[in-house]
Design a protein around this ligand. Structure first.
Ligand code: DGJ
Length: 553
């Protein structure tokens, strides 16, 4: 077998792609519940579900507490067993390093770290307190006890980095040839809750110091990509001075981001020095809250410039998307040119259409519903809270249909190599009901509304989702252009129209429309569609069509 370089982030047509064994790879993934991957025996049935759902990768926590139960004594038996399970099923893994941070807390630190409050100081959101009450939400006047490790803890970052480097060393030795593990997330949802910055004496002293000159200069030279609020503060602040003088009202959040990103980078750097797999950092979104309401210092979009400067070893900053504003978040996380890597998202009925849409529209590196083994089950109270069920769109309150996710997932898994090859080009596009509604006709007559379309130059594919005849808005459609006269269309819950895009040959006739499946990458045609089936070309279940046509004057 030819030896390949280890998984890496490459560029294809100017677009960032994950390269695995020399080829672009799309992580059609699922993230397991937090505790599942602590037990390989428990995982057996979860792997079965992942296979049924067409996934090719699982995102699996690996915790510092189980990796280094006693200082300096390491145990990699669990990740070793998980890698073995993945190999048996021809699947990949993205490990999630639950180290000093997990959901802005430190519950996965080993007990020798938790117990030693002097060597491994806690973050103070109230002066002198290792655990303090934090208000859970601005509208609910209830305080919950909160603690996490300090981002200023020098011994903490050293110990975390040492453990992470040991873990990466194990991966290099055990998986350095086979490349079952393709990415590693460093920490989980970093940041500080309850305050914009730590307020210990050490934190106060650091905050009163001048901002490091190289960082202040970087921020001033990167205002073009900043969000408005941060840009305004940077431009109106002093070039040099204390955090408040340089960054005004954004000073506390930028201080937290600076120290959190540097901490994470130190951990990532130690791991990369041993085995440089692509590394990511995921984010609990700010949801328009005030600093302290969300984990402050974590990689929310407004502090991406800080993370870029302080954490060069992190390859991708990733949104965990449970909010209804899916497209807004994806646009925000890609507008600076980075890859779209979604390690966590909701399992309501937009889960499958968003899979198609993120692959076809954003050429996403990873899409991964969280707790995917719950797909199809009624929502629990936690999911109800997480998915924002007080919204008006019924699709956000409906669990994803299991069969539909499975069919969609399998289609994409089979098509993955050809889709990945088109990443970064204009040959691959997608639309979805959630993001691309009909445009109303000025007369208001529903029949005259214009559907959204994908323009491939020689031809266009317009797609109608929710309409007079289709009550469903949770459809999506992806089109891969083969040539000016041929394409593949994968979609569900929609109606398709293929039209000429050429002014000199404005007419288009369909030549053949086949439905079918890919088996081991080979197209196996089913029915040849014509007559009624092409007069109204509808996709009522997740399916693929091979469409050939010609244009003429
Ligand atoms: C976000 C975290 O990153 C996950 O580990 C998990 O706790 C989910 N929230 C949902 O509970």
């Amino acid at each position: 077998m030819a030896e390949h370089s280890i998984p890496a982030i490459g560029r294809q047509n100017g677009h960032p792609v994950l390269m695995v064994d020399g080829k672009p790879f799309i992580m059609l993934a699922g993230e397991v519940h937090n505790s599942d991957s602590s037990s390989p025996a428990y995982m057996e049935k979860i792997w079965d579900t992942a296979e049924e759902l067409g996934m090719n990768t699982l995102l699996l926590p690996v915790s510092w507490e189980m990796t280094e139960p006693e200082e300096g004594t390491f145990d990699f038996s669990v990740p070793e067993a998980l890698i073995g399970q993945a190999r048996e099923r021809n699947m990949k893994i993205g490990f999630l390093w639950f180290g000093s941070w997990k959901n802005a807390d430190c519950m996965y630190a080993p007990e020798w770290v938790k117990r030693d409050l002097v060597r491994f100081p806690r973050a103070q959101i109230e002066k002198g307190k290792n655990k303090a009450g934090r208000q859970v939400s601005p509208t609910i006047p209830v305080k919950m006890p909160y603690t996490t490790l300090s981002y200023l803890g020098e011994e903490t970052v050293k110990a975390d980095a040492k453990a992470f480097a040991a873990f990466m060393g194990f991966l290099k030795e055990f998986d350095g040839q086979a490349h079952t593990v393709v990415t590693v997330q460093v920490e989980n949802e970093t940041g500080l809750l309850g305050a914009a910055r730590e307020v210990s004496d050490a934190a106060d002293a650091a905050f009163a110091c001048p901002v490091p000159a190289d960082f202040a200069a970087y921020m001033r030279s990167h205002t073009d990509t900043m969000t408005d609020g941060i840009r305004d503060e940077v431009l109106s602040g002093k070039e040099r001075g204390t955090w408040t003088e340089v960054f005004g009202s954004a000073a506390e959040e930028l201080f937290s981001a600076y120290h959190t990103a540097r901490f994470v980078n130190t951990v990532a750097e130690a791991g990369k020095a041993v085995y440089p797999l692509p590394m990511t950092a995921n984010c609990w979104l700010d949801k328009d809250g005030a600093p302290g309401d969300y984990p402050t210092g974590g990689p929310v979009s407004k502090v991406h410039e800080v993370w870029q400067f302080c954490a060069p070893c992190i390859d991708v900053l990733c949104p965990d998307i449970y909010v209804p504003q899916f497209k807004e978040v994806c646009d925000e996380y890609t507008r600076r040119g980075g890859a779209l890597f979604i390690p966590e998202c909701a399992t309501h009925s937009y889960a499958a259409p968003r899979l198609l849409y993120t692959v076809g529209h954003y050429h996403a590196m990873c899409y991964s519903p969280f707790g995917f083994d719950d797909i199809g089950k009624p929502f629990t109270m936690v999911q109800g809270f997480l998915f924002g069920m007080d919204v008006t769109d019924p699709a956000l309150k409906t669990p994803q249909n299991y069969e539909e996710y499975a069919k969609t997932g399998k289609i994409l898994r089979e098509m993955m190599p050809m889709l990945a090859e088109a990443y970064g080009s204009d040959r691959l596009k997608a639309l979805s009901g959630e993001t691309d509604p009909l445009t109303e006709h000025p007369s208001g007559i529903p029949f005259l509304a214009t559907p959204p379309s994908m323009d491939f130059g020689d031809f266009t594919v317009s797609v109608t989702f929710k309409s007079m005849v289709n009550p469903r808005n949770d459809g999506a459609c992806l089109c891969l252009k083969v040539s000016g006269e041929e394409c593949w269309i994968a979609g569900n819950a929609c109606r398709i129209d293929v039209r000429s895009g050429r002014a000199d040959r404005p007419n288009l006739d369909l030549l053949s429309v086949e439905e079918g499946t890919f088996e081991n990458g080979v197209w196996v045609p089913g029915r040849r569609l014509n007559g009624d089936e092409t007069a109204q070309l509808t996709m009522d279940t997740p399916s693929v069509l091979h469409v050939r046509f010609f244009t003429y004057a």
